[in-house]
Design a protein around this ligand. Structure first.
Ligand SMILES: C[S@@+](CC[C@H](N)C(=O)[O-])C[C@H]1O[C@@H](n2cnc3c(N)ncnc32)[C@H](O)[C@@H]1O
Length: 196
């Protein structure tokens, strides 16, 4: 198996072989609650969308969702799961796609922890760029000290150092319905763009 998780073939192999321990088959309760707070028309980006459960929920809620993944197997699965919202899913690289206007919200679920740590600074810069001056990142963050991954864990201090220049953390809550691979080591957090 390919070992570099910055490459699409790493993920492609796992989806094709059905080795997907991160795939919940459902949307977590924190995100379900958060989705209810979003106004219809909210422009939402879901990077590394995988099978697309979050994209389906938010499209049903009336959000203007764009879900992207750079694995074609993931995109196929997400398009199948999204049914008549399949056109909201696109094969694209988070770091390179042409986003057009800024997004209001970016959903984080097992995306940062999928990236090698050497890419995290680029993730933070790209996220700030995609969210313009007023956007929000909402999602699940994986806290763990194991140097090996994926999933690659962070610490509260490291996440603050990564996001704190551009964002302020406005929500920090426990997660009660984690998958075994994340259990006891993930939190639901919302970070809002700092005004410059
Ligand atoms: C651990 S999986 C999580 C998938 C989904 N968010 C979930 O929770 O089920 C990480 C996903 O990120 C995708 N990915 C990794 N790097 C990417 C990039 N640069 N651009 C787009 N997708 C990427 C992978 O293909 C994979 O589907």
């Amino acid at each position: 198996m390919a070992q570099d998780s910055s490459r699409p073939d790493f993920w492609e192999t796992r989806y094709r072989d059905h080795v997907t321990p991160w795939d919940a088959g459902r949307v977590g309760r924190n995100l379900q609650d958060y989705a209810r707070s979003l106004k219809p028309g909210t422009r939402v980006l879901i990077p590394g969308c995988g099978s697309g459960y979050e994209a389906h929920l938010l499209a049903e809620a009336g959000c203007d969702v764009l879900a992207i993944d750079f694995s074609s197997a993931a995109v196929e699965a997400a398009q199948k799961n999204l049914g008549h919202f399949a056109d909201r899913v696109r094969l694209a690289d988070f770091f390179a796609f042409d986003a057009g206007a800024a997004f209001d919200v970016m959903i984080e679920r097992a995306f940062l922890c999928a990236l090698p740590r050497k890419m995290w600074a680029a993730y933070a810069a790209r996220t700030a760029e995609l969210l313009g001056d007023t956007g929000v990142i909402a999602g699940y963050w994986f806290f763990d000290e194991n140097p090996k991954g994926p999933p690659f864990g962070t610490s509260p201090e490291e996440l603050q150092a990564l996001l704190g220049d551009a964002f302020s953390r406005i929500v920090d809550a426990p997660v009660a319905d984690s998958l075994p691979v994340f259990a006891g080591r993930e939190r639901w957090q919302v970070w809002a763009r700092r005004r410059s």
